[in-house]
Design a protein around this ligand. Sequence first.
Ligand code: ADP
Length: 469
Amino acid sequence: MYQVIHLSAECFPVAKVGGLGDVAGALPKYLNQAGVPSCLVMPRYNLKWNAAHVSHSVFEGVCSTEHFNIPFHIVKAAQDTLGFDLYMVDIPGILFRDQVYGYDDDAFRFIFFQQAVLHWLCSWEQKPSVLHAHDHHCGYAAFMAAHCYDFHPLRNIKTVFTIHNGLYTAPVPHDYARFFPHFPREVGGLLEWDNRIDPLATAIKCSQKVTTVSQGYLQELQQQQSSYSWLYQEYAYKSFGILNGIDTQVWDPNTDAYLTHKLSEQNWLGFKQKNKEEICKRFRFDPNLPLCVFIGRLTGEKGGDLIAPSVGEFVHQTKGMNFFLLGSGSPNLEDALRHISGVFPENVANYIGYNETLAHEMYAAADFLIMPSFVEPCGLNQMYALRYGTIPIVRSVGGLKDSVKDFGDFEGYGIRFDQGTVQDILYSLYRAKDLYYSSYTFNHVRALGIKLDFSWETAVKKYISLYYQ
Ligand code: ADP
């Protein structure tokens, strides 16, 4: 039976919106490989993966509230291709929708997702030792398991909660308590934060262990001024930062199915050159110039508002670098990317939207990847970039600080800057350009990055030790 059950709203390749999907799609697999039987349960969405893959019902149940009942099924994916057993909660109309998030009733949807999982777990003869919930969508599970009468058989399960991004939570008014199964009145305060019911705060209070996806981010959460800082400080004794790994089987330049030109016989120069030429041909860029890419959500948190002004100014000053920008998010930031691509078509191109294939091609083709994030809990892009021979240019925050070393330091393999300003980014781009043209140092720095090991093995050992605690 399973020792660890993961609860997550996303899981690659079934449903991915960002890094949470990558982590949820890899961690159970690497736990299994390390000898800790693990599975994952997520909502069943109306997405491509589900249309193409068969799943079978393994449990039928009902979530009850005072005024209505919600029937649900737990389905299990038939094909065993993920490296772990995948279960999904099927609630037509509520969970089975065309997007993972973005609906007005998201809070309501995920309350019932968690309830359904716990009803199902109650029916297991042998309960898992650990329930590992990811991000605020699964933030009530620890509370419900410990305190709701309906879930009494689960009260001894240990709970771990991982914060992939502490900026996101979904507080709701007090009357949402009516959607929870009954619990003793005196524990109601555990659900509360700032006069609302808050899943992030509930999870931090009620889980036995809390983790963030890097040590640097944990420190920032504890030190920053926010309405949650007291919580992070108060529960520091049970909080740990564990840097994410990357799935080196999915992200493998030798076998990456998204790439036309794969790495062969460790010929890195050939690999980079062919992939770069391919992208440059598509956008009519000069392949002799350095190519810098951005891949990510266009939000303030990712420094999305700095991309257009910095790239625009840099290209205005020197036409010596090309930029390809992939992302989607805030409409005015999307417009800003379109605008600079229109003004500087020889040097700047964009793709507005989400495109997994293009992302892989870009990591393989680029010389540099820029991440001017204001907040970066871990960041996966810099690790994918390094694995594909692309030098990351990052702001020194959170997980970027923990995973990227400036090439000016001993054995450094990236470029780091401190301030989230156009000036600091311009300075870093000039450093990148100079580095590119000193080809011996450039190849040396790139080779140092390629050699790094960001595989899940290290992180998995830390999670296992936490589970044993
Ligand atoms: P986030 O905060 O968005 O979760 P991470 O760095 O943890 O950031 O993970 C981002 C993941 O999403 C990476 O796998 C990255 O390649 C991918 N990604 C982000 N935006 C896009 C996009 N527009 N198209 C394709 N992949 C994207």
